[in-house]
Write a protein of this length. Structure first.
Length: 304
């Protein structure tokens, strides 16, 4: 089935289903988001795009931002990065501490919270002003100067971020955090607070569907090899202890966030962003996962 018909059919079906998910409330500012919001935006390599519902309303991208901080850190540090963080799926929740002591402070991968904190530590250490440099980097990739942090969300998470404080202090104890824990946490909470619309998110991630090159500006963001490796990490680790289910049912690289967003890409073809704030028990958008499962089956879009 071609994209337009499958997109429309799937959006209509998903708009009507019962959604058993719950909005994330451990970050109080996210708890007040309208749970009925539902937006989808698909951007194709040919420049076509399809939009549905609340796809032009900004939302907190949360862990989706970890992919972009990883891209910047990987570009700056290269293969040395993997001395501090692994490339293995964790099979645990995104904020789990369980493996960190066993692995002596080395996170399994850069997409779980512990791994993203190591990436943030590297960026704070290597950049004069990590927050400003990072948001300018995102705006450049997205070709959109309106993209920004939501300071209220960042402060709301900072006031309740005990698990992340535990993660970073445990890694500091093992010598895998070089900077000041509070400074790194502040950068991390701001990074997670970045807001985008589904349309902006789909556009931003198109370079990863095109071997590291923005198909519209023709600018190279990262090398082909690094782009493929980032996609591999999204495939294996992007949904934490639901990564297997996502690969099994959807079959393309993707990344979720507790704001209810999911970005997914079919290399050489498209990127698609979905936003529905109600999360399943693994912390991934219930409707977002269902949309991608149905759309990819209808369009036979799998990397396998
Ligand atoms: O650190 C946290 O818990 C949040 N700022 C991000 C977690 C997240 O988005 C997990 N993805 N589903």
């Amino acid at each position: 089935m071609e994209y337009k018909q499958a997109f429309s059919n799937t959006c209509i079906f998903l708009s009507e289903i019962n959604d058993p998910g719950k909005v994330a409330s451990y970050i109080p500012e996210l708890g007040s988001v309208d749970p009925t919001k539902f937006g989808v935006h698909l951007t194709t390599m040919d420049g076509d795009s399809f939009s549905h519902g609340d796809s032009h309303e900004k939302f907190s991208i949360q862990s989706i931002a970890k992919v972009l901080s990883l891209v910047l850190a990987y570009e700056l540090e290269g293969e040395k990065l993997w001395k501090r963080v692994g490339v293995e799926p964790s099979g645990t929740a995104f904020n789990s501490l369980v493996q960190l002591e066993h692995d002596r402070g080395i996170p399994r991968n850069p997409l779980i919270n512990s791994g993203a904190l190591v990436i943030c530590d590297f960026l704070v250490d290597h950049l004069k002003d990590a927050k400003q440099t990072f948001i300018e980097y995102i705006r450049k990739i997205a070709n959109n100067d309106s993209i920004d942090y939501n300071k209220k969300v960042a402060e709301s998470e900072k006031a309740h971020g005990y698990r992340n404080a535990a993660l970073i202090n445990l890694m500091k104890a093992y010598g895998n955090i070089t900077g000041n824990c509070d400074e790194v946490l502040d950068f991390y909470f701001h990074l997670c607070s970045i807001e985008m619309t589904c349309a902006e998110l789909a556009r931003t991630f198109m370079f990863l569907a095109n071997d590291g090159v923005d198909p519209f500006s023709k600018e190279r963001i990262i090398s082909t090899e690094k782009s493929k490796r980032i996609n591999t990490l999204m495939q294996l680790c992007g949904f934490y202890d639901e990564a297997g289910e996502f690969s099994f049912k959807v079959g393309i690289p993707g990344k979720s966030g507790v704001g209810g967003g999911i970005i997914a890409i079919l290399p050489e073809h498209f990127s698609v962003a979905v936003w529905s704030p109600r999360l399943n028990e693994k912390g991934n958008s219930y409707k977002g996962m269902r949309f991608l499962e149905m759309f990819n089956q209808a369009t036979d879009s799998s990397v396998f």
